[in-house]
Design a protein around this ligand. Structure first.
Ligand code: CUA
Length: 172
C-alpha cells in the first residue's frame, strides 16, 4: 500500500499542456509583481491610507480639525487638514510655495465624498469616521484644482477648491 502510493508520486507528471499553463501563470505573476513594484517605487503610486478613525459628529470641534487648513511643519513640509461636507471643502484654497511636500488629511462630517487633485496622483475617498491621507510633492508652480468625485447630493458639482503653488521669487 505504502509502496503503491510512493510509486504513484514518483511517476507523477503533469500533462504538457498543463505544464505550459503553469509556466504562463508564473510569468504573469512575476510580471504583475514587477509592475506593482515599479508603480509603487518609481512612479510613486500610493494607496490612500485610512490613517485613523474619528467621530464624524464631533470631529469638527476637536483639534486639528477645529481649525482646518495648512500647518507648516518646516523644511518645506506641510500638513493640510481638509474637512469635507455637503457641499464644500474647508478650506477652499490652500497656498504653498513651490517645492513643498504636502500631506493631505481629509475627513467627512456627513456623507461619503471624493477628493481628486488634478494633475497629481491624488484621488481618494473621504469617508465619514475615517481620516484619508496622501502626500504630494509640488515641484512646479501653478494651480491644482481639487474636486469631489463621489456623488454626494444635489450640490455635488459645487464641491471644489484649489491648491495654489506659488513660484519661488528668488528669495529665501
Ligand atoms: Cu462631495 Cu460630491
Amino acid at each position: 500500500m505504502t509502496e503503491t502510493s510512493h510509486d504513484e508520486a514518483a511517476s507523477f507528471e503533469a500533462d504538457p499542456f498543463e505544464q505550459r499553463w503553469i509556466v504562463v501563470s508564473l510569468i504573469l505573476l512575476i510580471a504583475f509583481m514587477v509592475t506593482v513594484t515599479i508603480a509603487g517605487f518609481a512612479l510613486g503610486f500610493q494607496v490612500p491610507g485610512a490613517e485613523s478613525r474619528v467621530d464624524p459628529r464631533t470631529v469638527a470641534d476637536s483639534p486639528p480639525w477645529n481649525e482646518p487648513g495648512l500647518r507648516d511643519l518646516g523644511g518645506g513640509e506641510y500638513a493640510a487638514y481638509v474637512i469635507s461636507r455637503q457641499y464644500l471643502f474647508d478650506p477652499r484654497t490652500i497656498t504653498v510655495p513651490v517645492g513643498s511636500s504636502v500631506t493631505f488629511y481629509l475627513t467627512s462630517i456627513d456623507v461619503q465624498h471624493g477628493f481628486l487633485l488634478q494633475n497629481t496622483n491624488v484621488n481618494m475617498q473621504v469617508v465619514p469616521g475615517e481620516v484619508s491621507r496622501l502626500t504630494v510633492d509640488f515641484d512646479e508652480a501653478g494651480e491644482f484644482d481639487y474636486i469631489c468625485n463621489e456623488f454626494c447630493g444635489a450640490g455635488h458639482a459645487a464641491m471644489f477648491g484649489s491648491v495654489i503653488v506659488e513660484a519661488d521669487e528668488g528669495g529665501a
